[in-house]
Write a protein that binds this ligand. Sequence first.
Ligand code: PXP
Length: 236
Amino acid sequence: MRLYVNIDHVATIREARKTDEPDPVQAAAAAERAGADGITVHLREDRRHIQDADVTALARSVRTVLNLELGALADIVRFATRLKPFQATLVPEKRQEITTEGGLVLRAGDRRLRGAIAQLQEAGIRVSLFIDPSLKTIDVARELGVPAIELHTGRFAQTWRRSDAALNELRHAAAHAKQIGLAVHAGHGLTYQNVQPVAAIPEIEELNIGHSIVSKAVFWGMEEAVRRMKSRVSLG
Ligand code: PXP
């Protein structure tokens, strides 16, 4: 299981004061020293945390791989094609949301999304689509010609204490996606407490985790926070 560490909230702290610390580049290096398999950042249209300059600096400094989350917006897609991160994960984006609230609503005829996928793939970037764990949506992702999907684990994160339904939905979705040839990633709302049953789903090969790791990093330091998450993810 690969652990990609999302460091957006390191930039959230910096942007609270519009200063130059804490530095996401240093956070990425610490995460990598502790065993992160990749670094994830979301360049939002409103630039509320990660800035263009952060992504440029990370593209140079990251030694593992960079996974850039982005909406299908012309200027951000263009920026990504110039920077060529290893992977681009397309996500839905609404200005007022606190965080990415749901998966992409996929339609095979969505010209904007198809255009974004084509531009990213022509630049040699691996494209993943962040979607809800619905079999129909997974089939449309396949039709759109991407190699990978990231399953939204938000419903699981909200309900895991009282019900297995969302976990079972993730299991079925992951099995179906793998069976039709898609690589399966997952993320959103995963924590030290709830990650293990998701990490144990055999078809899932990559987890993207941010908020929980950065929260613990405040107390334990970034390296220790990543090391502890990595060991939970590996135990599955
Ligand atoms: N995956 C995607 C596509 C996301 O948008 C986010 C949040 O930025 C995450 C994973 C990580 O979620 P969390 O910060 O809750 O771990």
